[in-house]
Design a protein around this ligand. Structure first.
Ligand code: MG
Length: 190
């Protein structure tokens, strides 16, 4: 009998990992609220902006497909995901609304980010996708993944995820959670 061992599936988030959505939001909040936001100042998930906050603004902006198309890519994204794709199955997994799915896939192609599967939507369950690893910039997603799967959670260090990390080290035990400074480091964890 011939057995084929499937390649490991690696979940990769989009915003804050591949897409620099914070940079894209800067002119938008200047326009709307007259607030001059700087990238490194985005150090909270609900950073107040005028009468709003950064989380609300992202949700609103994600249905503006012209804005979605113009989000800059993080410099190392294509190369790093290319390396991952050579050794694993890359599953792009994002909470962006389904209305942005096509624009997001076009964006990935345009920036030459390879992937095997694309999943999109605020309701999708990252813990039921048979992922050996999840790369994300949101502590909550990594925490849930480590707590409810046998996979490894990898948090990409960003100014907005430096708080609330304490519990991550203990939730799954040794070797279940890593913080990386760049996507390039993820390949080394496989
Ligand atoms: Mg994200």
């Amino acid at each position: 009998m011939v057995t084929t061992v499937g390649r490991r599936r690696i979940g990769v988030d989009v915003d804050g990992v591949l897409a620099d959505h914070v940079t894209a939001l800067i002119p938008r909040v200047l326009d709307k609220y007259g607030v001059e936001l700087r990238w490194e100042e985005a150090n909270q998930w609900r950073l107040p902006l005028g009468d709003s906050d950064i989380g609300v603004e992202f949700v609103e902006a994600m249905v503006d497909l012209e804005w979605v198309a113009g989000i800059p890519v993080y410099q190392d994204a294509a190369e790093a995901v290319g390396e991952l794709a050579s050794v694993a199955e890359v599953v792009i997994i994002t909470a962006r609304p389904p209305v942005a799915a096509e624009a997001t896939q076009a964006w990935l192609h345009r920036h030459q980010v390879p992937y095997d599967q694309f999943m999109c939507g605020p309701e999708l369950d990252r813990n039921r996708q048979d992922l050996a690893m999840l790369v994300d910039d949101y502590v909550g997603n990594i925490y849930e993944f480590v707590a409810h799967t046998a996979g490894i959670g990898v948090l990409l260090d960003r100014p907005w995820n430096r708080d609330d990390r304490e519990d991550l080290g203990t939730v799954g035990g040794t070797g279940r959670f890593y913080v990386v400074q760049s996507l390039r480091e993820v390949v080394g964890l496989l």
